[in-house]
Write a protein that binds this ligand. Structure first.
Ligand SMILES: Cc1cc2nc3c(=O)[nH]c(=O)nc-3n(C[C@H](O)[C@H](O)[C@H](O)COP(=O)(O)OP(=O)(O)OC[C@H]3O[C@@H](n4cnc5c(N)ncnc54)[C@H](O)[C@@H]3O)c2cc1C
Length: 267
């Protein structure tokens, strides 16, 4: 490590002021991604602004037919929340599958969303459910927020405060986890609104990060059943090949994960 200033903010305003005073400040959530990044010298901020003291950011509550999950809610808190279990059990299940107990007890919703790792689980759920990402400056629709691999629409020093997920729907997320990290080799979230509208988002498999699977959505709009996808194939040319899995295997996984997610949503 190298010298830097560490500050712990107790409010969103305090965090904003600290960042504004730094030359190159960075927010610290659970440190699950940021601390290894600093250790490898892939980033060298002059100040870390720790959000752990911002209690408002840890709240999980209902707000106007949305589940509001604070940016500093850990994956373990989401997985254990009665409110999340009651209104969006698919999101609780997603959080419970992230990484290992250490990662779930330190990693946060805000850190995950800000990082937009192409194999992370939350981006698929937020895109499929038409969630909104609230910041200290504005509100983003998920479709406008995730703009590429590790890229979001966040401005420099913009602070995610919470995510809001509409509860007029059910969703299910299924992933094929990398056996070492538990990140998704391919993960699919299927969301079905009470009016019947279906949206499907895929993580882990796209060359530009999370994406909506229009072809799967079209089939499920006609027939919301796992076997409706029996003849479905995804073009591997659009998918990611790396040391963990090639594009053809990921194309196969996307359809299989989608079928399993639909099966979970059968009444
Ligand atoms: C071994 C391992 C396995 C994992 N497995 C999975 C998995 O299976 N599925 C999955 O989805 N994820 C997985 N993760 C990611 C993990 O869930 C964390 O969410 C992710 O690493 C971010 O960590 P963090 O929340 O501690 O944020 P940090 O590491 O503290 O921060 C990450 C980035 O987000 C920025 N940031 C943090 N909070 C905010 C905010 N409120 N507003 C704006 N910017 C902010 C920081 O400045 C930094 O750039 C894994 C991570 C590890 C290390």
């Amino acid at each position: 490590m190298y010298d830097l200033t560490y500050k712990k903010a107790k409010s969103c305003d305090a965090a904003r002021e600290l960042l504004a005073a730094a030359d190159d400040g960075k927010l610290l959530a659970g440190g699950m991604t940021l601390v290894p990044t600093l250790k490898q010298r892939l980033a060298a901020p002059d100040m870390l602004v720790d959000l752990d003291g911002v209690d408002d950011f840890k709240t999980i509550m209902l707000c106007d037919n949305n589940l509001q999950i604070g940016a500093m809610a850990t994956h373990a808190a989401v997985a254990d929340s009665e409110l999340v279990h009651t209104h969006l059990p698919g999101v609780a299940a997603l959080a419970g599958q992230i990484g290992d107990p250490h990662v779930r007890n330190r990693g946060t919703v805000g850190g995950s969303v800000a990082n937009n790792d192409p194999a992370a689980c939350y981006p698929a759920a937020l895109l499929a459910t038409n969630a909104r990402i609230h910041t200290d400056q504005q509100i983003f629709a998920a479709k406008d927020f995730f703009v590429g691999m590790f890229e979001t629409a966040l401005d420099t020093n913009e602070i995610i405060t919470a995510i809001h997920i509409p509860i007029d729907q059910k969703c299910a997320y299924v992933k094929c986890p990398n056996p070492a990290s538990r990140y998704a080799l391919a993960g699919v979230c299927v969301a079905r609104r009470h009016d019947g509208n279906v949206q499907v988002a895929v993580t882990g498999a796209g060359q530009d990060g999370v994406f909506r699977a229009d072809e799967i959505e079209a089939v499920l709009a006609e027939n919301f059943a796992p076997d409706a996808l029996d003849a479905m194939s995804i073009d591997p040319d659009l998918l990611l090949s790396d040391m963990h899995a090639n594009a053809e295997f990921r194309a196969h996984l996307v359809v299989q994960m989608a079928k399993q997610a639909v099966a979970k949503l059968q009444d």
